[in-house]
Every structure is written in C-alpha cells, then in structure tokens.
Design a protein around this ligand. Sequence first.
Ligand SMILES: [Zn+2]
Length: 430
Amino acid sequence: MEADGLTHTLDFQLDIREGDPSLLTDGTLESRRVVNEIFRLDKEGWDWDDIEDAVVDRSDHVQNTTQRLVAKATTALREYYGDEDHDYGRPNNNVREPFPIRMNHGEGYDLSLDGDTNDIHFRVSALKHNHVRGVLTGSPDHVEQLQTALQDEDDEWRVGTAEVVPVDGGHELHVNVTRTTADVAPKEDAQTVVGVDINEDCVALAVLDEDDIIASVIIDYTRIKERRHEFFTIRKRMQQNGQTAFETVLQDREKRYVHDQLHKISHGVVEWVSQFENPIMVFEDLTDMREDIEYGTRMNRRLHSLPFAKLRSYITYKAAWEGIPSDAVDPEYTSQECPRTECEHRVRANRRGKRFKCVVCGCQDHADRGAGISIAKKWMSKEERNVPLLKILPGFQQVRREASGRVDRPTATPSLVGGHQTESGAGVLR
Ligand SMILES: [Zn+2]
C-alpha cells in the first residue's frame, strides 16, 4: 500500500441553487478545448513544459484546474508513447464531446459541511469567475463517507481532487477522498482464507478455514469480454473509414465501461468476503497468470490482458479499505491440482475447459472453483496452518453480472456442477 493512504471516488448529484447550470456544460466544453490543444501542441512537437505554460495562459479555467487537465492529458500521452502496439492510436485533438472538469479542493471547487443540517454545500468554478453553488445529493453511504471526511479533515481523512462529469444530459461531481490511516488487519490474525482465481470470464472465490470449506462463489462476467469485442469491432471499422474523432469518443466510452464494470465486480467481491470472520484474500502471483489462455491473435491478447491486473488491484484496494489483508502464492499447478487434500494429484489432463475431473480419484468440480480452493490451501500450508481434508466438496453459487445498460444487480443462475440455486439480494453477491 502507498504510504499516503487509500483513495476512494465518491459520486454525487448536484442540486444547484445559485448560478446557471449551463455553466457546467460550458466548463466541460472548455476542458475539451484545453485537452485538444494539449494533444495538438504535442503532435506539433512542443515540449511539455512549454505546452503547460501556453495552455494555462489561454485557458478560461482557473489556473490549477487547467494544470489538473494538463496532468490528465499528459498521462494519456504517456500511455500512448509507452504502448508499443499503439492499438488505441494517438490521442485525437478534434473531439467535440464535453470533457470532465478536474479541480483541486479549496481552489477549483470547495465543499463545506453545514453544522446544523449536515448538508454538504459545494462551490464549483465552472469557468474563471463563474461559480455554481448548491447542495450535494447521493447514495447514503457516499454522503456519509464524505460527511465523515469533511469532519475529520487534516486528521484521518483528506478531500482531494474532484471532477465535474457529464452524465446523461446532466452533471455529477466525483470526489476523491483519502483515508490516511487505513488499518489493514495483520495476516497472522486471519481465520478464513479466501482463494481468488481470476479468469478471462469469471472470478472464483473459495473460502476455507482450518477445518473445512465454508463457502464458494463464481462471479461470471463473460459479458464484459463480449462488449469489449463489440467496441473493438466498431473502432476498427471507424479507423478504416477515417472517423478518428468518433473513435476517440468510443475509446473513452469503452474504458469507462470496463472501469465501471470492474469497479462493480470488485465491490461485490469485497462485500461478499466481508461476511466471513477475519478473512484474508489470496491471489495467484500475476506474472504467470495467463498460461491457461490461448491467444490466437494479438487482439485477443489485448482484450484479455487488460481486465486481469485491474480487477485484482481494484479488489485488493477495496479489501484494504475494509481492513482486509491480501497475499499471493505461486500459481504453479493451481488449475490442474485435485482439490482433495489426500489426493492433490496434478496433471494437465485433470482439466478440460471449465470442468475438472481428477484422473486418479475421480473428484469432479468447476475448474475455477477448484483453483480457488488450491490457492487457499497453498497459502495455508505456506503459513504452516492446518490444511483441511476436503473429502467432500459442497455446491457453490454462481452469479452472473448482467453488464448491459444500467442493470447492476447480479442474478443467480443454477451452478454448473453439483451446486444449488440461491437468491441474491440487491447488489449483494450472496
Ligand atoms: Zn484426486
């Protein structure tokens, strides 16, 4: 973990009570103009320090808002120059869509807590000398977290940058809040061990204690892969037709979509894991993780590689926020090993796609759940814990993420092997 704490983004709606709401649209369009200008000057070979000076000078945004935009645009440029495949192409400088206004707290925007009503008041400088003011509204847990952060600022919490984000014809305020003293439990205190197996289409979680397997779930997200493939196909067609401005818009949309989905999945994972006693989450060491997947083409490789590392870092991050520690084990054989402790036979032939059948003892399982079990067991033996026998493997839940539109409620589906169907509550994977 970084020494300076953990940062979360909280989303709010803006109840504007002073100032013209259309200023926010003007502000997001000015942000786009600034970002376009940065991309254009970079294309013309300007030095980045000179770009910053020129852009800050011409901008209708307050100085440090423009500087935040420069930082964001140069990050995109660094990604472009660092990606040798260049498969997203050079950042386009002719896009017309609004771009988020990125602001420092106390400068481009300000928040204050009303001591009597507990309302959170905001001031946003949509443009230089052009403010809108009002009250933030949002989900109860986001409002509560921000209230806490504003109360304890300078102590345990810090309110950082925020963005005015265009959403469905209106605007949202996304506020970064940092908890400076995040208390992650020591791994020695862990009583339940959650083996996490991340795959291209699902994440499998197996929860073990020293006596038995307690629960397991498979969260399926095949739909993300499908959606990314759709995005990819459309973008390629646009490239061929020279519609590069549209392509950039679509890239942003795709990145936002993937980010959103991974965020929701990791949230669900951590929420599910929180129900167990003093849990620790155990992952495979990432470096060798992709050995199972066949990469027919370069496109395939890129489609698959992105979400992996991200999903894991989102999960570890959110877990740490909840005080749950994470650790990793050597990934070797986890997907080929028989989960029954007295057998543990390892051979490639045990696994066929998602089906696992041990060629020695005949034990059958969903291959990814089995891998989750092996990961948890590996950690237990590494830590010299008692490893449960697991003579019988119980059923497991399977949850599917419907990734289309705004539906974010997981729906239970019958499990593939020996499982039972369960109800899942709103947004809760259990
Ligand atoms: Zn076996």
